[in-house]
Design a protein around this ligand. Structure first.
Ligand code: ADP
Ligand code: MG
Length: 571
């Protein structure tokens, strides 16, 4: 087929420009991204070969090769993985299928430091090649297709790309980067090797580079002649990475840095993870889990169609990304790998959904994460847990609703703001609160409002404030659902102060004269008449000290906040 010119989607163009600028100080990550794609392609092929061994095309060793040409100023990365069809090329690298892209672009601030962090979370992928290259050529052939069914894709990263059908004897993908001026630092074996060992040492396939090696002269008769000359050398492919999947290594042989680098490869994050949990489980069920809790929330944590979950391997063979059944929704920020010895290689998402092996792995993994968080929360240095809560508190609250089995543990992990300090930052745990409860205090009191300021200024607090009773101030959208599911903690019930009566305030009743009593009764009657059936009842209250009146929901009724929420959802 003739050479065709295509235009990138607008978002791709925008993203390209932004990325090139924002990632300038991290430019070597292009190699991490391309190697990670090559490794994915090899993983895919290895998986496909399980059911069709013809796809190997006679090449049993799956590998990645890296080469550079000083004179031409090019870097070439090659894999003999699954490759792409023409349609796949258009689909995968002409568009960004991810619907989060637009939202992502809206989030960008123009501040380089902040944006580069966002881009890291977004997953920079293939386009990161344009950070260092002003022209990228990709040649690829899908494993199993005829030699003349390969495709060449080429772009200068300026909004267009060309496509051409070519011949390619070997399956897989080759990417040639024509380096920009000023990128000569990458035309060095030392530098490239260094980047590979930093970011991609534990990619589970060999990554090879050419190295000069002395060759013994075959012609011994001429030994005398050649003695005077420099020893002959030849270029041979040498493996430069460890090529062992990190999680299969014993813990004692893995450094913190190894763990952090693997996390960064997995998550495209620039930061180190907050927690790393590596476990090998043997016995009735056999698997290895390597789980990471990130330090910062990804920008799309609340996107409905965000993919989440762990990478699933079966006996070291990659099966799928984003295996969402391996993590509950509220722990969607957890990244990592599960490698099971018990699941079949042909396991599908549907099977994962109701599989007892998966259920076991999942509940054990959740337990590991929650136990670790409990430990962090108890730590002397509570700033670490506080940082976690600031990033993920909102999603952790979903856990109370979603994860009944772990509700108690989760309740202990919750943090709220309260009248104790009045601070908007959520720092008060339920045990802090219980520890400060007054003698004879009946319940853990909370107030729900649309904002922290509204909660803090609420007249409902007046009576309790006078008595020195602490009230939790809840203003996250999810809080109303949270308290609907979390009705008690350590035997103390949670009770809303704008709903029903408050026992602690009943004894406030000072002796009233007959006259006062009458005045009250007639005021109440007048108000009842005036308000008619807009209200269920009008009562004399002791919950106020300064404000003349407030609206209270009936015990068990929906609060105004809840009613608004339902309205917003179109109920
Ligand atoms: P991601 O890897 O997160 O999906 P990328 O931008 O890195 O995003 O890559 C986009 C897609 O292009 C990949 O999902 C894959 O389908 C395809 N792709 C990229 N590099 C290769 C490769 N070397 N071999 C086969 N497919 C590739
Ligand atoms: Mg990628």
């Amino acid at each position: 087929m003739q050479k065709e010119t295509h235009v990138f989607q607008t978002e791709v163009k925008q993203l390209l420009q932004l990325m090139i600028h924002a990632l300038y100080s991290n430019k070597e990550i292009f190699l991490r991204e391309l190697v990670s794609n090559a490794s994915d392609a090899l993983d895919k092929l290895r998986f496909e070969m399980v059911s069709d061994d013809q796809l190997s095309e006679g090449e049993s060793a799956l590998k990645i090769q890296l080469e550079f040409d000083e004179a031409a100023k090019t870097i070439t990365l090659r894999d003999n993985g699954t490759g792409m069809t023409r349609d796949e090329v258009i689909e995968n690298i002409g568009t960004i299928a991810n619907s989060g892209t637009k939202k992502f672009l809206e989030k960008l601030t123009g501040d380089q430091a902040k944006d580069s962090h966002l881009i890291g979370q977004f997953g920079v992928g293939f386009y990161s090649a344009f950070i260092v290259a002003d022209q990228v050529t990709l040649r690829t052939r899908k494993a199993g297709l005829a030699v003349d069914q390969a495709v060449e894709w080429q772009s200068k990263g300026d909004g267009e790309f060309t496509l051409e059908t070519i011949e390619k004897p070997t399956k897989g993908t080759e990417i040639v980067l024509q380096l920009k001026d000023g990128m000569d630092e990458f035309l060095s074996a030392y530098r490239l090797k260094n980047i590979i060992t930093t970011y991609s040492d534990h990619i589970s396939f060999p990554i090879e580079m050419l190295e000069e090696e002395p060759v013994a002269s075959a012609d011994t008769a001429n030994a005398e002649e050649t003695e005077q000359q420099a020893p002959k050398t030849a270029l041979v492919w040498k493996q430069i990475n460890k090529a062992t999947a990190l999680w299969t290594q014993p813990k004692s042989e893995i450094s913190d840095e190894d763990y952090a680098n693997f996390y960064q490869t997995l998550s495209h994050d620039f930061e180190k993870p907050l927690a790393t949990l590596h476990n090998k489980v043997e016995g009735t069920s056999e698997y290895t889990s390597l789980l990471y809790v990130p330090a910062k929330a990804p920008f799309d944590l609340f996107d409905r169609d965000r993919r989440y979950g762990l990478k699933l391997y079966v006996k070291r063979v990659f099966i799928m990304d984003d295996a969402e059944h391996l993590m509950p929704n509220y722990l969607r920020f957890v990244r990592g790998v599960i490698d099971s010895n018990d699941l079949p290689l042909n396991v599908s998402r549907e099977i994962l959904q109701s599989n007892h092996v998966v259920d076991k792995i999942r509940s054990a993994s959740v337990k590991r994460i929650l136990d670790h968080l409990v430990k962090l929360a108890k730590d002397e240095d509570s700033t670490v847990y506080q940082g976690f809560w600031d990033a993920f508190g909102q999603v952790m609250k979903e856990g109370i609703i979603e994860d009944y089995a772990n509700r108690e543990k989760l309740a202990g992990l919750m943090r709220f703001s309260s009248t104790h300090s009045g601070d908007a930052k959520q720092m008060v745990s339920l045990s802090d609160y219980v520890g400060r409860m007054k003698d004879g205090q009946q319940a853990i009191y909370y107030l729900i409002a649309d904002s922290h300021a509204a909660a803090l200024g609420s007249p409902h607090l007046e009576g309790l404030r006078k008595k020195g009773i602490e009230v939790l101030l809840l203003s996250d959208r999810i809080d109303e659902w949270l308290v609907a599911h979390l009705t008690e903690f350590e035997g103390k019930s949670l009770k809303s102060i704008n709903q029903g009566d408050i026992a602690e305030l009943a004894d406030e009743e000072a002796p009233v004269t007959e006259e006062e009593q009458q005045a009250r009764t007639s005021l109440v009657e007048k108000l009842q008449q005036a308000l008619g059936d807009k209200v269920a009842d009008v009562k004399v209250t002791h919950r106020l000290t300064d404000s003349p009146a407030c609206v209270v929901a009936q015990e068990g009724a929906m609060t105004p906040h809840m009613i608004r929420l339902m309205e917003q959802m179109g109920q």
